[in-house]
Design a protein around this ligand. Structure first.
Ligand code: B1M
Length: 218
């Protein structure tokens, strides 16, 4: 198999042993690190999601796949393109996976992409309440609050979080960036935006998140 397909296969199989060799080979063959993530590793993760969703893969194996994914991203991170010569930060975002949700691979990719492009990312982790996000945003004088969540129930939590920002009188304080597989653009840009007096935007992937940062950081 070509190395890209082998890497996707590794994610599906949860095969960590020999990962370094494949990553080195892919890089040496000239595939940019981000392309390895997007075209090959995420392709494997998609298959994992399908197998799990259809009952053909059990949770412990999904966990193993996630570990290989994280290992691969860690190996690739030093090879990712970064904006050089920037003086200071372009802005600060508090990034969290919402309450009740442990999925953090996507959030951590967003962290890497934003960090490499000159933003300061305060990544406060998984299962975070809106209170914790507000606290971090105040402490770090953040420009944006970013929430990630992959479960369908996380889309409801995000709505509750926006309601809490509103009831605390903080809706106008930080624009909110939302991402994660269970969200849809219409849910965020129509349903949530119509109930939230502040700014709320949807990012389909980490790159859309990056593009949205500039207009959100005023
Ligand atoms: Co879970 N899981 N999982 N899981 N898991 C999903 C999400 C699921 C769709 C699988 C399925 O059924 N097909 C399903 C949700 C179904 C639903 O809600 N309707 C599911 C389930 C059910 C569960 C459990 C409930 C299973 C159980 O316990 N019975 C449980 C939940 C526990 C909890 O959260 N309380 C669970 C657990 C796990 C593991 C721990 C085993 C593991 C996570 C490990 C980890 O993250 N550390 C895991 C995994 C790996 C998955 C799948 C297979 C892959 C997720 C992933 O990492 N994708 C997933 C299936 C799927 O998504 N198709 C699934 C790759 C990642 C890069 O994509 O996070 O979407 P993603 O991020 C993208 C974009 O969405 C966007 O950018 C990223 C890439 O560019 N993005 C943002 C994300 N956040 C953003 C924020 C932004 C901007 C963009 O700005 C703020």
């Amino acid at each position: 198999l070509p190395v890209g397909e082998r890497l996707a296969r590794r994610i599906v199989d949860g095969a960590r042993k020999g990962l370094e060799g494949d990553i080195d080979e892919a890089l040496a063959s000239g595939i940019p690190a981000l392309k390895i993530v997007n075209d090959h590793l995420l392709e494997g993760m998609k298959v994992v999601g399908e197998l799990f969703g259809s009952g053909q893969m059990q949770l412990p194996f999904v966990l193993q796949s996630a570990e290989v994914m994280k290992g691969a991203v860690a190996l690739l991170e030093p090879h990712m393109e970064r904006v050089e010569g920037e003086t200071g930060s372009k802005g600060t975002i508090v990034l969290a996976t919402v309450r009740g949700d442990v999925h953090d691979i996507g959030k951590n990719l967003v962290d890497i992409i934003l960090t490499n492009n000159g933003y300061t990312v305060v990544n406060i982790g998984i299962k975070q309440t809106i209170g914790a996000m507000i606290g971090a945003a105040e402490e770090h004088r953040a420009d944006v609050i970013g929430m990630s969540g992959l479960l369908v129930k996380s889309t409801v939590v995000m709505k509750e979080n926006l309601e809490e920002l509103t009831s605390r009188g903080l809706a106008g304080r930080w624009p909110v960036l939302l991402g994660g597989a269970a969200l849809t653009r219409t849910y965020v840009e129509d349903d949530l935006a119509s109930m939230f007096p502040g700014t709320v935007r949807y990012a389909r992937d980490a790159f859309e998140g990056l593009r949205l940062m500039e207009p959100l950081v005023k």
